[in-house]
Structure formats: C-alpha cells, structure tokens
Ligand binder design. Structure first.
Ligand code: SF4
Length: 438
C-alpha cells in the first residue's frame, strides 16, 4: 500500500504576475507529487498568495487568510502582502509562514516542512538531493509507476505493483506546463522507461490536435518537440530502443541514455533476474553509437552480488573496458529486506566486495578521464545550474543533474540559472570539464 499524497489547497489573489507565481508554485508541488484539494478542510496545508496593492486588496487578502485559518488552520502566506508580515501576524499569529512575492523556494520549503512530500530514498526515482527542491530549470517527469520485472535484489514491484503507465496526453500536458513555467530540461523517469505503455497496450490519447500512442518512441518524439532538453533515464537495452536513438541523432532528444546494466556476467545477470539479460549488450551499444556517434551512456553496477566469482567480476571489468561508458556509478551489494537475492549464495565477504569496488572504480576512472579528454577543444552547449561563486557550474548534454559530472564555466558576462550557453572546453580531469563561455 502506498501512502496518500499530501493535499494542498491554494488561493490565488491579485494580478497576472501573482498568478504566474501561483502557477509556478503549483507546478513544482505537482511535480513533487502533491495533489491539489478543492476545499480548505481536508487539505494538509493551505497556501494563500496575497495581493497588497490597494487597501481593498489587502482587506481581501486578510479575509482569505482568515477563511483559511478558520477552515483549516495550517496556512502559508505568500505574495505582495507578505512584504508586511506584521499586519498579518497581528491578526493571525498562528500562520505557519509568511514570505514575499516571488519567493518560491521559501514557500516550497514551508510546504515541505508543514507537509513533507512522499519520499522514500529506496524507492523514489528522484535522487534524494532532489527532494529539497528541484531548481526551476529542470524537472523530473514521471511517465509510469511500478514494474513488471522481478529483479531478485529489488522490492519495488512488491511495494508499487506492476507497471502502470500514464496516458501519453497526461504526460505531455504536464511536460508542456513545466516548459511554460520555465523548465529548460525534462528528465524522463520511471522504473522501466523502455516498457512505457505496454500495460495500456500503447493506448492512444488526444494531445493538442492529434492522437499520440503511449509508446516509448512516440512519447520521446512528442516531448522532443516541446523546446526543452529531454533526457531519458532508466532505459533497458531492448531492440526497440534503437529507434529512439535515431531521435537523438536528429537532435530531438538529448544524446544521453541512462541504462542500469548492473553487471555483465551472464550468470550474475541471470541470478539478478535482470530485464534483457540475454541481450548482447556490447553489440547493442556499438549499434547505438553507429546511429548517434556522440551518444553518452550512463549506468550503474552492483559488485559483490551473491555468487559473483572472481571470474564473473573480471568479465565485468573486461566488458567495462570495451563498453567505455561515459558516466558510471557502482554499489556494493547490500541485502534489502524482503528481496529474494538475500537467499542466494555464496555471500561475497565484505572485504572482497570493497576490493572489487575499488578495482571497478579505478578502471572506470581511467575510462572517464580518456572520454572527457576527447572533449577538450570542443564547443559544447552547457546549461547553467549554479551561477553563484567565482566559477559557474553547469552541464552539457552529456551530463544529467545530481548524478553526473560538472562543467566548470568561466564567463565574462553574468550568467543566470537555466541559461544555455556555448562553452569552449579547455581542460578535463577524471570526472569534470572546465571551459569558458564564448
Ligand atoms: S527493473 Fe528490476 S530493479 Fe528496476 S524496478 Fe523493476 S524489478 Fe526493480
């Protein structure tokens, strides 16, 4: 059973600017899994976006706060009248938080405190850092929930059930709203993005003036037309992924694939019961690179899975050297309560796991260093994540936020978060790139 999503009741007063603020706050909250409530009573918290321009507007705002306090009692106030917190506190000392106009982050922080978003670090697809607040220039777009696979180390299907895909039109409407609210990069997530739509038999739904099938390729293509960067996470190496790679070659979606390979040894993959474990993945990667030569592949691996022998591990290292993946994470196997893998053996001793982890990371560091060195001298589009500090930080199309490396940017002109700039890469280290905005 999943817990119910927290519910927010929202009152928006004032001018069109205030309305945009409200939309932005709601967009963020919706993306984090909050539901909107139609009435104050029954909501977990009420947000009142006030107007303080005229006395009559102030009176209306105070009236709206009063109503929210009476009907619910857990009230967050923002907007123009928030610039005069004393006037509000005097009348309503129990208000949870008061912030001024355009202080989205403070409003969202107050909501998180009053009613935290549903989050389980073992289950959620959004990285734990992401729950603080996804900066407004990128957003996670969840296209389905649950999973039809039964990997032996994973309990997600037990907890979340089988795959349930959202209709394509729902996903596209949300994506369009996010882009309108200023999001420049959409991060498509699910438990198995390549399986999207299987459960609803690729149902068609109406979006804009056309009918769109709930199919990985069709959805990726439509998302690619929205004008934002589109990045695909959690894809499995099935043959039908090839056609999506061609969208990358056309520049419609980012040339980036996040594929959790987890291992390369057939016997370990079988014991893990991984999807597509019978696929010849190196051949597949080669084929993808033929279609989209600058494709960046990111993956995660588990070392020390029960039964993993030295031979299996060496096979994995060989595979890694062949595959030359761009970005890689590696975890030492840990049992998760309720997962069938806990019954498997023989268990790999902790010190062996640690040694393998170090050997794996050393091999990948070398691959990453060589891959990044090839980017020196190139001009890359970079999205600015953090313009504060003497050197700004951003990412090219080949890096996802939170999990991959950084492009360190020097610039003569001021940069803003979410700007997409052209950068000349001057230097690289093991995991990061360094360059100047041109
Ligand atoms: S693909 Fe495997 S690891 Fe991923 S959610 Fe499904 S069962 Fe779990």
């Amino acid at each position: 059973m999943t817990a119910a999503a927290p519910r927010i009741s929202f009152v928006s007063l004032g001018c069109p600017k205030a309305l945009v603020d409200s939309e932005r706050i709601i967009t963020h909250l919706r993306a984090e899994g909050y539901e909107l409530a139609k009435r104050h009573d029954g909501a977990d918290v009420v947000i009142v976006n006030t107007c303080g321009f005229l006395d009559s507007a102030k009176a209306e705002s105070l009236g709206a706060i009063g109503e929210a306090m009476a009907e619910n009692g857990r009230v967050i106030v923002t907007g123009c009248m928030g610039a005069e917190p004393e006037a509000i506190r005097e009348r309503f000392p129990g208000v949870l938080s008061i912030t001024g106009p355009q202080q989205y982050e403070s409003v969202l922080a107050a909501v998180h405190e009053a009613s935290p978003p549903l989050h389980d670090p073992f289950l959620d697809l959004v990285p734990p850092q992401g729950i603080k607040l996804t900066p407004r220039h990128f957003a996670y777009l969840k296209i389905s929930e649950g999973c039809n696979h039964r990997c032996s180390f994973c309990i997600i299907p037990k907890l979340r059930g089988d795959l349930v895909s959202r209709p394509a039109a729902d996903v596209l409407r949300e994506a369009e709203k996010l882009v309108r609210a200023g999001v420049k990069e959409l991060l498509v997530v699910s438990q198995d993005t390549s399986a999207y739509g299987i459960d609803i038999k690729y149902a068609e739904s109406m979006w804009a003036d056309r009918s769109v099938r709930a199919r990985f390729f069709d959805l990726a293509k439509e998302l690619g037309g929205l004008g934002a960067w589109v990045r695909l996470h959690y894809v499995y190496p099935y043959p039908h992924v090839d056609e999506v790679i061609s969208l990358m070659a056309e520049g419609l979606v980012l040339p980036y694939l996040d594929i959790p390979f987890q291992h390369a040894s057939p016997s370990v993959l079988r014991a893990m019961r991984r999807p597509a474990h019978g696929e010849r993945t190196l051949e597949r990667i080669r084929r993808w690179r033929e279609i989209a030569p600058d494709l960046a592949i990111r993956s995660t691996f588990i070392v020390g899975f029960p039964g993993e022998t030295e031979e299996d591990f060496e096979l994995l290292l060989e595979w890694l050297k062949e595959a030359k993946l761009d970005r890689v994470g590696c975890f030492k196997f840990e049992p998760v309560a309720g997962a069938p893998a806990n019954e498997l053996g023989p268990v790999v001793p902790e010190e062996v796991k640690t040694q393998r982890w170090h050997r794996f990371m050393a091999a990948q560091r070398e691959i990453s260093r060589r891959n990044l060195a090839k980017k020196v001298g190139r001009r890359l589009q970079v999205i600015v994540d953090d313009p504060s500090g003497p050197v700004a930080r951003g990412r090219s199309k080949y890096e996802a936020p939170e999990i991959d490396g950084t492009v360190h940017l020097s610039s003569r002109r001021p940069l803003r978060q979410g700007d997409i700039v052209t950068c000349r890469i001057e230097r690289a280290d093991d995991y990061d790139l360094f360059g100047s905005v041109v």
